[in-house]
Design a protein around this ligand. Structure first.
Ligand code: TYM
Length: 334
């Protein structure tokens, strides 16, 4: 608990172009949570270097991500929005937790297997121990809830296992976190292959709507989205393409799936697909304007970064001091 509120933690990697999946599965659900929870949202730049980055481009992407958080509606005064690499406690706790994580557990991580297959020329140890650093992120802030998309569920489970193992040895050090999933949009699928999740690293750019896509591009991608042989607009397991579009429509408009189905009852894809695009653009267009405005205001952004870094450091170091004591490191003289 911080200020009598439960703690909520999440973040995104500063790699690639963020997709509508990142927004609907995570960012969108973060916006209003600060009323009820003490919220921390990291720009996960330490995780990003598990894949080789071009330094100048990487620096820009990390700053853009921070600006995008704010542009999407996260108030940087009510939420702690900060860079993971500015708080060295993440790397330190990550190392310590490495020594409480078994290789057998890491071998089971499906995201590692996927990423190793995609980057077979650079299967580094960081990619392998990635979930341990993620556990450190979450546990450092004594987080109760972690709002993420379904693809992160396995990482959350290993975080709980590591925390429980540590607590069973040293007493109640860490809060055991729980996943927090949105009602809609927890798994947005590719527009070109609805059996795969929409992903920043998809080779086919038509499969993903990027948060920076302009309205014409969004419309074009929605029109090209793979659907089924019949023309019925109905949510069903045997209609994955249409169901995904309904999911997107419902998540963007706030209407239920049933309401959305009714709205398009008897209508064809010719009406449905542009309506999906319009619902997406109604979110993206104002976000683009805010993003440009915030990025231009260098002094404002720098001030936010400084303040929130300090806040994150304060809470992270509190947990790290406790952990250091528990494992038996000698005190650092002042
Ligand atoms: P990342 O950067 O891959 O994704 C950021 C968030 O977007 C969600 N997401 C999706 N949700 C629905 N449909 C999709 N197609 C889709 N694609 C991505 C992800 O579930 C995630 O919530 N390991 C994390 C970053 C991280 C983190 C953390 C998250 C590092 N430390 C601590 C929470 C807590 C990641 O790579 O997310």
């Amino acid at each position: 608990m911080i200020n009598d509120k439960k703690v909520l933690y999440s973040g995104m990697q500063a790699t690639g172009n963020l997709t509508l999946g990142n927004y609907l599965g995570a960012l969108k659900n973060w916006i209003t949570l600060n009323e009820e929870y003490e919220c921390f949202f990291g720009v996960m730049d330490l995780h990003s270097i598990t894949i080789r980055q071009q330094p100048a481009d990487f620096r820009k992407r990390a700053r853009n991500l921070l600006a995008l958080y704010i542009a999407a509606g996260l108030d940087p005064v009510k939420n702690c929005i900060y860079y993971q690499s500015h708080v060295s406690a993440h790397a330190e706790l990550g190392w310590i937790l490495n020594c409480f994580t078994y290789m057998g557990e890491l071998n089971r991580m499906t995201q590692f297997k996927d990423k190793a297959a995609k980057h077979s020329d650079n299967i580094n140890a960081g990619l392998y121990t990635y979930p341990v650093l993620m556990a450190a992120d979450i546990l450092l802030y004594q987080s109760d809830y972690v709002p993420v998309g379904k693809d992160q569920q396995q990482h959350l489970e290993i975080t709980r296992d590591i925390a429980q193992r540590f607590n069973s040895i040293y007493g109640d050090v860490f809060t055991i976190p729980e996943g927090y999933y949105g009602k809609r949009g927890a798994k947005v699928m590719s527009l070109q292959d609805p059996s795969k999740k929409m992903s920043k690293s998809d080779e086919n750019p038509n499969g993903s709507i990027y948060l920076m896509d302009d309205s014409d591009t969004v419309l074009r991608k929605c029109k090209r989205a793979v659907t089924d042989s019949d023309s019925e607009i109905r949510y069903s397991e045997d209609k994955p393409g249409v169901s995904n579009l309904l999911e997107i429509y419902s998540a963007c408009t706030g209407k239920s799936i049933e309401e959305s189905e009714k709205e398009f009852d008897g209508k064809g894809y010719g009406e449905f697909k542009p309506a999906v695009a319009e619902a997406v653009n109604a979110i993206l267009e104002p976000m683009h304007k805010e993003f440009e405005r915030i990025l231009k205001d260098k002094a404002y952004l720098d001030g936010i970064i400084k303040e929130n870094d300090d806040k994150a450091r304060y809470f992270a170091n509190k947990t790290l001091r406790k952990v250091r004591k528990k494992v038996g490191f000698t005190d650092i003289p002042h």
